[in-house]
Design a protein around this ligand. Structure first.
Ligand SMILES: [Zn+2]
Length: 139
């Protein structure tokens, strides 16, 4: 896989976040969605903060979004880390307050722009499929 990616601490999986971190196994970005009002809930919890509903289940989203904000990191924290890399908040296209902390990959750091269309891809580490984003050339 790409060597642009910084080594990362793997998340502790629990019942609420397992779908988010393993949906990439099937190529799906899974975001919790309220079955009562349709609100996407992220980070994943088992109730809806909008309507207090309990019918909240992970649902696949398109995997498309835009770069809300980003930071180019030049510091090489560990020897195997390739710099610079891009830390970003990506807003999913389905709902503009669902923002994922992620990395932008498969492009030069200086080419990343605010509002840039991106699409998800997954990087597997053990039993975790970390959602990353790359430029969406079709967008
Ligand atoms: Zn709801």
């Amino acid at each position: 896989m790409s060597t642009q990616i910084p080594p990362r601490a793997l998340p502790q999986l629990d019942l609420d976040n397992k779908a988010f971190w393993t949906g990439g196994q099937n190529g799906e970005l899974l975001i919790h969605k309220c079955g009562d009002c349709g609100y996407y809930v992220h980070p994943p919890v088992n109730f809806c903060p909008e309507c207090d509903g309990r019918d909240v289940e992970p649902q696949p989203v398109s995997g498309r979004g835009t770069v809300e904000t980003f930071t180019v990191v030049h510091k090489q924290w560990v020897p195997e880390l390739r710099v610079p890399y891009v830390l970003a908040l990506v807003t999913i296209e389905e709902q503009d307050d669902v923002r994922l902390a992620t990395n932008i990959v498969n492009c030069e750091a200086e080419d990343v722009r605010f509002g840039m269309p991106v699409r998800v891809l997954f990087e597997r580490h053990e039993d975790v499929w970390t959602p990353l984003f790359e430029p969406d050339s079709a967008g």
